[in-house]
Design a protein around this ligand. Structure first.
Ligand code: ZN
Length: 284
């Protein structure tokens, strides 16, 4: 995606050189995999997992220690993320205005290792997530290496752009009241029914990421959409489950299959129309 020389958002909190170092990392091993499974593209689940994480870390997550200064590549990645967040701010401010609403810009926190959030402590193993409690997106950019090495995604800058847009999609849902309505609907439902609602929420966030890509078409480069689709496919529940446990259990899906994720991203990309993100009507 073209971004050099474009506006950089000042809503990125770069905590990469102050985040907790190796101590709080609970990645690796079985726990890391479970957390990753439950929490990949966390969104709403981030809230449920965070307290567990805190317990397992035994409070170590709060520790911070001075880390090495950022490398040139780290700085460059930070600038890329600031540019992507700015693109999201421009797109959603415009679309909200068109629909008579006001877009409140969220913060995006870059961290390494571990981080404290209003949704509890989290580690890089959680994957990127949005915390409705403080309305911030949290990302450890090392996740994207894993996306390539463990989940076989193509990688590339637009894979990161897609994930940022997906997390911003959860912010859109928070502003529109979709997330709180969905959590209310989940009350008293069976786990399978509740998971279906969660899938609808996740696929709608993919749809919003597509709407964002539609609005930024002129900045796309060859292969960008393929990078997004590859990332979306790699993090489908079926893809992750078959990799991790050798079989898939559809009732336990919380994010949607690879095919569903790609479908809704593409629908958003083709239409660019936020009213067509009807995942709650069509998926259940
Ligand atoms: Zn999500």
């Amino acid at each position: 995606m073209k971004w050099k020389g474009s506006r950089q958002s000042d809503n990125v909190e770069d905590r990469r050189s102050i985040s907790g170092g190796g101590k709080a990392i609970i990645g690796g091993g079985v726990i890391g995999i479970i957390v990753l499974l439950l929490n990949l593209f966390g969104g709403e689940t981030g809230q449920q997992i965070a307290p567990i994480l805190e317990q397992m870390q035994g409070g170590q997550g709060q520790q911070t220690e001075a880390a090495a200064p950022l490398s040139k590549e780290d700085e460059e990645m930070g600038n890329f993320v600031r540019a992507m967040l700015a693109y999201n701010e421009d797109t959603w401010t415009k679309i909200f205005t068109q629909h008579g609403m006001t877009y409140e810009k969220p913060k995006l926190v870059l961290f390494k290792g571990a981080v404290q959030t209003a949704c509890g402590g989290a580690s890089s193993a959680s994957g990127p997530f949005y915390c409705p409690g403080d309305r911030k997106v949290y990302m450890d950019l090392d996740f994207f290496e894993e996306l390539k090495t463990k989940f076989g995604a193509k990688g590339g800058d637009f894979a990161i752009a897609y994930v940022i847009a997906h997390e911003i999609g959860h912010h859109i849902q928070t502003l529109m009241g979709t997330s709180s309505k969905m959590r209310q609907e989940q009350q008293g439902k069976s786990e399978a029914e509740a998971n279906k609602l969660s899938v609808a929420l996740e696929l709608q966030a993919d749809f919003y990421a597509g709407v964002w890509a539609h609005d930024n078409q002129e900045k796309l480069e060859a292969g960008d959409i393929e990078e997004a689709l590859s990332a979306a496919s790699a993090v489908g529940d079926d893809a992750i489950q078959s990799k991790m446990q050798g079989h898939v259990v559809p009732d336990s899906f919380t994010h949607g299959t690879s095919e569903q994720r790609m479908y809704w991203f593409k629908k958003g990309y083709k239409t660019g129309d936020i009213t067509q993100g009807t995942t709650f009507e069509e998926i259940r």
